[in-house]
Design a binder for this molecule. Structure first.
Ligand code: DQA
Length: 143
């Protein structure tokens, strides 16, 4: 595996969840879009989603131990989870934080990302393209 794509709480509800913000495509569609983009870039990916902060942290530990690159959408955990932030600090590969929506243009509590400081970069506001762009950034860095 080259890249772990990790998704936090509620992202499994894509398509049914506030479609005016997150779009009408489903989580399965997101996985398919990432799988296609990764194949085009020659990257082997694994896409995971959890409602659990602890499980997400365990996956970040796994990424730290194996040295894989990570694309992370921590969802609401972005805004308050210092435990996820500390796990992000352990990542040795490239870490790209992604958001479907532009968190800077939404409610004030979403303007803060406690995790972003440990990412190499953040891509937000482009829907599924946020993930495609993150894969392209990782492919470019891997050379
Ligand atoms: C999100 C933005 C977060 O504020 C929100 O809690 C999410 C999704 C996004 O991808 O736009 O669950 O991370």
């Amino acid at each position: 595996m080259d890249v772990m794509i990790l998704n936090g709480p509620n992202l499994n509800r894509l398509g049914r969840r506030e479609p005016e913000i997150y779009g009408s495509e489903s989580y399965a569609d997101l996985v398919a879009a990432c799988t296609l983009q990764a194949a085009q870039l020659g990257l082997v990916i694994e896409v995971r989603q959890t409602q659990s902060e602890g499980e997400l942290i365990t996956w970040l530990h796994e990424a730290a131990d194996t040295g894989v690159d990570v694309i992370l959408n921590p969802a609401a955990l972005t805004h308050y989870s210092l435990a996820v932030r500390d796990a992000c600090a352990m990542i040795t590969g490239t870490l790209v934080e992604v958001h479907l929506s532009n968190i800077a243009a939404r409610e004030e509590f979403r303007h803060t990302s406690v995790t972003a400081a440990h990412a190499n970069g953040v891509i937000a506001g482009f829907g599924f393209d946020s993930y495609r762009l993150a894969l392209q950034a990782i492919a470019a860095r891997r050379g």
